[in-house]
Design a protein around this ligand. Structure first.
Ligand SMILES: *Cc1c(COP(=O)(O)O)cnc(C)c1O
Length: 244
């Protein structure tokens, strides 16, 4: 990306953010949900640091909290330290390899992409004693597409219960990447599945599951659909930053 392209993106941020906020507001109204139910997460992958910095600053001028999300540790550790002065909270939203946990952990307040018990134990082992537990979400592959990460829906309840019981972790919900389909009904049924799984986790009453209320689902193209089906976090990249 050239400096000029940076500048164009930066100049567009306030209006793009306002548009996304308006979409969230309308979707919440249509679903009869309060707007504060839904948190905006800016997926900053492949965006250069000056653009991400400007986005955090622009977001601070809008009402409501904003999170940042990265799906690569390499990008996280390049950006998070450089934005410390602005103090944004980062969620990790991509596949996390064991050998990158140490690098990632100091910068993230939540790992949304937890899909194995092994990774859960490895994460917990790195959370310092007496410090607050690390927030995690279990990522579920609701569409079953082989290219997508996440635990199979049939295994999600068991994994969520096991994760919730681990000291050092706090299960705060479930996450999914919606089906890659133009058929809204297909995408919607995946989001419904995630919501019923979340409801099952809560209804299980198992230790540590009471905090698992969150549903991270929906992106630039379908945030309205996700909010209609119960999303509490929508992860937005291109609608705020432009294409990658
Ligand atoms: C990139 C990314 C997003 C945002 O996608 P857009 O379509 O650009 O809004 C959301 N979630 C994950 C896991 C991503 O990697």
């Amino acid at each position: 990306m050239t400096d000029e392209q940076h500048d164009e993106r930066i100049a567009a941020l306030d209006s793009r953010l306002a548009e996304v906020r308006e979409r969230v507001r309308r979707a919440c109204a249509a679903a009869g949900r309060p707007e504060r139910d839904v948190t905006l997460l800016l997926a900053s992958k492949a965006q250069p640091l000056p653009v991400v910095r400007a986005a955090v600053e622009a977001a601070a001028r809008t009402p409501g909290p904003v999170l940042l999300g990265e799906n690569r540790v390499q990008e996280l550790v390049a950006k998070a330290p450089a934005l410390l002065d602005l103090g944004p909270a980062w969620h990790f939203i991509g596949p996390l390899q064991s050998n990158k946990i140490n690098a990632a952990l100091p910068w993230v307040s939540c790992v949304e992409s937890l899909a194995s018990l092994e990774l859960a134990h490895r994460l917990a082992a790195r959370v310092p004693d007496r410090s607050a537990p690390l927030d995690v979400m279990v990522q579920v592959n609701v569409s079953g597409e082989p290219t997508k990460s996440g635990v199979a829906p049939d295994d999600a309840l068991a994994l969520a219960r096991d994760v919730a019981a681990i000291d050092g972790l706090r299960l705060v919900g479930l996450m999914t990447v919606g089906a890659r389909s133009d058929d809204e009904a297909v995408v919607a049924s995946g989001y419904d599945r995630l919501r019923s799984l979340r409801d099952e986790v809560l209804a299980s009453g198992a230790p540590g599951t009471a905090s698992a209320v969150g549903l991270s689902m929906g992106m630039s193209g379908d945030l309205e659909l996700a909010i209609a089906h119960g999303a509490t976090v929508v992860r937005i990249g291109s609608a705020v930053f432009g294409g990658r």
